[in-house]
Design a protein around this ligand. Sequence first.
Ligand SMILES: C[S@@+](CC[C@H](N)C(=O)[O-])C[C@H]1O[C@@H](n2cnc3c(N)ncnc32)[C@H](O)[C@@H]1O
Length: 255
Amino acid sequence: MFQIFSFLLYWLKRVDQHSLHSPFVFQFFTEVIRSPHHKNSSIESIRKALRKSKADIKVKDFGAGSRVSNNNIKSIGSIAKHASTPSKFSRLLSKAIDHFGYTEILELGTSLGINTLYLSQTKEVNITTFEGDPIIAGLATSHFEKLGRENIEVIIGNIDQTLPDVLKRSKQIDLVYIDANHRYEPTLRYFESLLPLLHERSLVVIDDIHWSKEMNEAWGVIKDRTEVSLSIDLFEAGLLFFDPNIEKSDYILKF
Ligand SMILES: C[S@@+](CC[C@H](N)C(=O)[O-])C[C@H]1O[C@@H](n2cnc3c(N)ncnc32)[C@H](O)[C@@H]1O
């Protein structure tokens, strides 16, 4: 019910390029959000095979559970269908990487690694992806090997413990995709810990900002932070930019 109401609000408020006065947002909308980007057939064939899989695995639940089931035995097919980022959004992230020339990328929440495959398409990028469940992380790793991706490091363990260690050895972060524990407190905590490593051109993407009341609240608090200059709500996810030269603004855009 909450998601239906939130979508209705989003649908009523969203705008397109005709209402955009900020040159940065106009350019981002036309050159990244709306620019064409084709599906990667190798990645999509892995997704297709996973969606068909009826094999069951026992999964650890670190986050806010599943949209469809709280059962710890899940089929790989159901994880691929319900936990993976839709291709359209993964392609948007990939376009943002190319557009801004990002190289240092974190993904909180690997799952089967389908989205990671989109993030790691260019050799120049270094991806660090975090997954708590060792069986799921093992499956993701096999997909990275299958497509010969050598630019991905998989960090296995609870992000609450693994993220601080990885951040200690990082110099700066260009892009972070937060798609793991969909709860208020961890979302704010992860965001807070990332802040010192962000720079003027960094982008933080928070998935499922309207999935629940608490995620909606987390999004509201984070986008109001003084460090955030521009926030963009695409319903699927929220995007945060930090360039102090952009006047503080908040957009709801068609996606
Ligand atoms: C929504 S899925 C990620 C989907 C992935 N980004 C994609 O698009 O394919 C969330 C994943 O985060 C993992 N996760 C959730 N909370 C975690 C935590 N605290 N530590 C480690 N992993 C966590 C879950 O095991 C799950 O596989």
